[in-house]
Write a protein that binds this ligand. Structure first.
Ligand SMILES: Cc1cc2nc3c(=O)[nH]c(=O)nc-3n(C[C@H](O)[C@H](O)[C@H](O)COP(=O)(O)OP(=O)(O)OC[C@H]3O[C@@H](n4cnc5c(N)ncnc54)[C@H](O)[C@@H]3O)c2cc1C
Length: 394
C-alpha cells in the first residue's frame, strides 16, 4: 500500500486538523483531573453532534447510509489526527457495533428507524452480550426470549454492560430455542431500555468509576419487528459485529500520542535531578514499544486496505486486538513508572502546565482501568485461540 500522501490528502489532513483545533473543547475537568461522570454523556453527545453536522460522524459506514465516502487513506489520516489531538473516539456501541449489523442484516424499516438516530447521536446504545455464566463462552448464554404472538418475552441477566446507565437502546443476544446446537438457538434483538421490566444496576470498577452495569430483564416485551434477521440465526450477525469491534481496538493513533507525551514528560529535569529518559532501561522499554507500535500500524493498514477492496474484517482483527491492547497496557505501565519516579516533584513543578496536570492521578487510574483492555471485546487468550484455529489451522 502506498502511504505517501497526495496533495489532496495533505489538504484533507489540514482541513481535519483545523476542524479539530477549532471545534473540539475538552470535557470540563474537575480538580482531580477526573471528568465528572454526569457531564460525560452530554459532552460526548455535544461533540458527536458537531461531527454529525460536519458529515464526519461515521467514516466506516457505506455512503448510502450516511458514511463519508472517504478513501482508506483519508480514514487513516482522520484517525491519526484524532489520536494526535487527544480527542476521544466516538462511543462505539451504536456507530461502530450495532449500526453495521443493522445496515448489513436489517430490514428496510429497521434501517430507516434506527440508522438516522444513531448518526445524529439521538439514541445512545449499549451492548448486551455477556452474562454471569457466558463471557468467553458466549454461546452458553441463557437469557431467554419466548415467542408470544407479535412479541418476545425476555427474561435473564446481562453483565459488564458498558454505559448502560445512559442507554436508550440495548442490542442483545438471547436464547430463542433450546435443545439444538447452542450457537443455533440464539437471536439478535434490539430492545428499548424504557420497556417495563428492565433494571440497570451499577458496578463500580477498580479505578473508582461507574461505567459498568448489570442489566436485568423481567418479563420484558420486545416486538418481533425488533429482531435482526432470522430467529435462531443471531450468532452469525453477532460474529460479524465482534470482528468490527476488535478491529477498532488497536488504537494506534491514541498510543502514538501517549508515547509522545510520555517522552516529553520523561525529559523533565525537575529540581536538577536526572531526567528519567536518560535511564537506559527506560529507554530500552520505550524503544521496544515504539517498534511494536510501528509494526502494529502497518498491520492495521493492511487490514484497512483489504477492507477497502471489499473484504470483511476477519481473524486479523483478533491480532490487532491482542497487540493493540498489550501496547496500551505497556504504555500505561511506563506512565505509572514515570509517575513513581518523579513522585510529588512532577506534580509540583509541572503542575498547571500542559504536561504536569494531575499526571500521577491519571496514570494510576489509567493503569487500573487499563487492565480490562485485555479482557473486554473477548479476552486476549481467547483471541489467540481464534488465531490458532482460523489463521494457523491448528
Ligand atoms: C471493562 C469491561 C467492559 C465490558 N463491556 C461489555 C459490554 O459492554 N457488553 C458486553 O456484553 N460485555 C462486556 N464486557 C464483558 C467481556 O466481553 C467479558 O468480560 C469477556 O468476554 C470475558 O468473559 P468473562 O468475564 O466471563 O471471563 P471468563 O470467560 O470467565 O474468562 C476467565 C479467564 O479464563 C480465560 N479463558 C476462558 N476461556 C478460555 C479458553 N477457551 N482458552 C484460554 N483461556 C480462556 C479468559 O481469558 C480469562 O482470563 C466487558 C468487560 C470488561 C472487563
Amino acid at each position: 500500500m502506498d502511504i505517501n500522501f497526495s496533495a489532496q490528502d495533505l489538504e484533507f489532513r489540514d482541513e481535519v486538523r483545523q476542524f479539530f483545533a477549532n471545534e473540539y473543547k475538552p470535557t470540563q475537568v474537575s480538580p482531580e483531573g477526573v471528568k465528572p461522570e454526569d457531564d460525560y454523556k452530554d459532552a460526548m453527545i455535544r461533540w458527536q453532534k458537531k461531527l454529525y453536522a460536519k458529515g464526519w460522524i461515521a467514516p466506516g459506514w457505506p455512503k448510502e447510509y450516511g458514511g463519508t465516502g472517504w478513501t482508506v487513506t483519508q480514514k487513516f489520516i482522520y484517525e491519526t489526527e484524532r489520536g494526535a489531538a487527544g480527542i476521544p473516539d466516538v462511543v462505539p456501541f451504536g456507530l461502530k457495533m450495532v449500526a453495521p449489523v443493522i445496515y448489513t442484516f436489517g430490514t428496510q424499516e429497521q434501517k430507516a428507524k434506527f440508522l438516522p438516530r444513531i448518526l445524529s447521536s439521538d439514541d445512545w446504545w449499549c451492548q448486551g452480550y455477556s452474562e454471569p455464566g457466558a463471557g468467553s463462552d458466549l454461546a452458553a448464554l441463557s437469557t431467554t426470549a419466548e415467542y408470544a404472538g407479535d412479541n418476545y418475552i425476555v427474561n435473564g441477566r446481562k453483565i459488564w454492560t458498558t454505559l448502560a446507565q445512559y442507554a436508550d437502546w440495548i442490542f442483545c443476544l438471547v436464547r430463542t430455542t433450546k435443545d439444538i446446537r447452542r450457537q443455533q438457538g440464539i437471536s439478535f434483538l434490539l430492545i428499548d431500555m424504557k420497556t417495563p421490566g428492565i433494571t440497570v444496576k451499577p458496578i463500580v470498577s477498580i479505578d473508582g468509576k461507574h461505567s459498568l452495569n448489570e442489566v436485568l430483564f423481567e418479563d420484558v416485551l420486545v416486538p418481533v419487528a425488533n429482531r435482526i434477521g432470522e430467529q435462531d440465526k443471531g450468532w452469525t450477525y453477532a460474529k460479524a459485529l465482534l470482528a468490527h469491534e476488535r478491529t477498532g481496538m488497536a488504537e494506534v493513533a491514541d498510543s502514538k500520542r501517549a508515547l509522545r507525551e510520555l517522552k516529553l514528560r520523561a525529559a523533565a529535569e525537575v529540581n536538577g535531578g536526572q531526567a528519567m529518559i536518560k535511564d537506559p532501561i527506560f529507554q530500552l522499554r520505550l524503544s521496544d514499544i515504539e517498534m511494536e507500535l510501528m509494526a502494529l500500524e502497518y498491520t492495521e493498514l493492511r487490514v484497512f486496505a483489504s477492507m477497502a477492496a471489499g473484504g470483511q474484517p476477519g481473524p486479523e482483527s483478533s491480532l490487532l486486538k491482542i497487540k493493540g491492547t498489550e501496547i496500551t497496557q505497556a504504555i500505561q505501565e511506563l506512565q505509572l513508572q514515570l509517575a513513581s519516579y518523579y513522585g510529588g516533584a512532577l506534580q509540583g513543578d509541572l503542575d498547571n502546565t500542559e504536561l504536569g496536570h494531575n499526571f500521577a492521578n491519571e496514570a494510576r487510574r489509567n493503569y487500573m482501568y487499563g487492565r480490562a483492555a485485555t479482557i473486554y471485546g473477548g479476552s486476549n487468550e481467547v483471541q489467540r485461540n481464534v488465531i490458532a484455529k482460523a489463521v494457523l489451522g491448528l
